[in-house]
Design a protein around this ligand. Structure first.
Ligand code: PHE
Length: 346
């Protein structure tokens, strides 16, 4: 081994490494080249290992050549790295570019649940006649849900409401919004015009027309000289606002313990217009709410003197109103969270 041989080996290695750096297709190839030539077990180190076999005066000269080759290869690799990483970055930017001019995916707008929407429409109609919205609790007590509405314990009329009791102390889930009448009367002095929307609960076998959870809107008016004619006039306005100005209506005798007299309020069948179809049980009419003059006993429970004031009250199922307006036949659809159904109302 002589100096000339080792020097020419180093020169050859330099030429090969510089050519390889220039031809490297990517930075990974440069990393490999770096290890292969400059690494601890790389080409330069391998050649310099023979330095001990040279005469002492040649050793620094070979060392100098080694350092020079190392520096040249390092420079070639780093120049190639700079060039490749710039073009790799450019390629990545091109591949991952976001085209901000592409039209976006449409965002689905939410909408009110059809029951909420109907309840608000109902409230809007009565607001025009001065009715103010109140809310009562969903968890009621037996006294307010029944007794103060003239339904004593063990009264047969209790069968009208299949009740979900919460405990033995008389707490229950309200079966109707009528206990709100009592709460409003305790809270306000006549004249009273109150609207009470809310969720109600009954122990029901669920089918297309029965739910264990449903919404009602209750109305209460108390004033001097309030009459059945006022009730009929108001409900006519309501029916006409919701079902069309030419929709015929009628009162039919009904029964509720808390109103006397009591009525069912009907509109001409929205499906057959009185021709008698299955939807109206072949009567030609559909009942949309129950109503009546507030029973004097109930006024008294409300702290109001029935000798001086009269009142009327009405209560309706919001699902029923929504069904008739939108021709929905199965109540269960309101609870199924199917966006295709829920979004079909606007
Ligand atoms: N609370 C009655 C029901 O649930 C409806 C009603 C309200 C009737 C007010 C008369 C007066 O069926």
């Amino acid at each position: 081994m002589d100096l000339a041989q080792l020097t020419s080996d180093l020169e050859a290695l330099r030429a090969r490494a510089i050519a390889a750096a220039a031809a490297a297709p990517d930075t990974a190839a440069l990393d490999a080249l770096d290890v292969e030539v400059l690494g601890k077990k790389g080409g330069i180190t391998a050649i310099l290992r023979s330095i001990g076999a040279l005469p002492p005066e040649d050793r620094p000269r070979l060392g100098a050549v080694g350092n020079e080759v190392r520096a040249a290869v390092e420079a070639a690799i780093s120049a190639a790295r700079a060039r490749l990483s710039a073009s790799e970055l450019a390629a990545r930017l091109a591949a991952e570019a976001v085209d901000v001019t592409t039209p976006g995916r449409p965002v689905r707008r939410g909408s009110l649940h059809p029951i909420m929407e109907t309840a608000r429409e109902i409230a809007d109609v009565f607001a025009q006649f001065g009715f103010v919205v109140y809310e009562g609790p969903e968890v009621e007590d037996d006294v307010t849900n029944f007794q103060m509405l003239n339904i004593p314990p063990d009264h047969p009329a209790r069968d009208l409401w299949d009740t979900l009791y919460l405990d033995l102390e008389g707490r229950l889930l309200r079966t109707h919004t009528s206990p709100g009448q009592i709460r409003v009367m305790h809270q306000e002095q006549p004249p009273i015009r109150a609207l009470l929307p809310g969720r109600c609960f009954r122990y029901e076998a669920v089918d297309a027309s029965h739910a264990s959870e449903f919404f009602q809107v209750e109305g209460l008016m108390v004033d001097e000289g309030t009459s059945m004619a006022d009730l009929k006039g108001l409900l006519d306005q309501f029916a006409h606002a919701m079902f069309g100005a030419d929709r015929p209506t009628r009162f039919r005798p009904g029964y509720y313990p808390f109103t006397e007299p009591s009525v069912a309020f009907d509109i001409l069948c929205v499906i057959c217009n009185g021709e008698k179809c299955p939807a109206c049980s072949r009567t030609g009419w559909m009942t949309i709410l129950g109503a009546g003059m507030v029973h004097p006993v109930v006024l008294r429970y409300g702290g109001i003197d029935p000798e001086r004031y009269q009142g009327f009250a009405f209560g309706m199922g919001v699902e029923r109103i929504a069904n008739l307006r939108h021709h929905v036949v199965d109540l269960r659809q309101y609870m199924e969270d199917d966006l295709r159904f829920l979004g079909a109302f606007r």
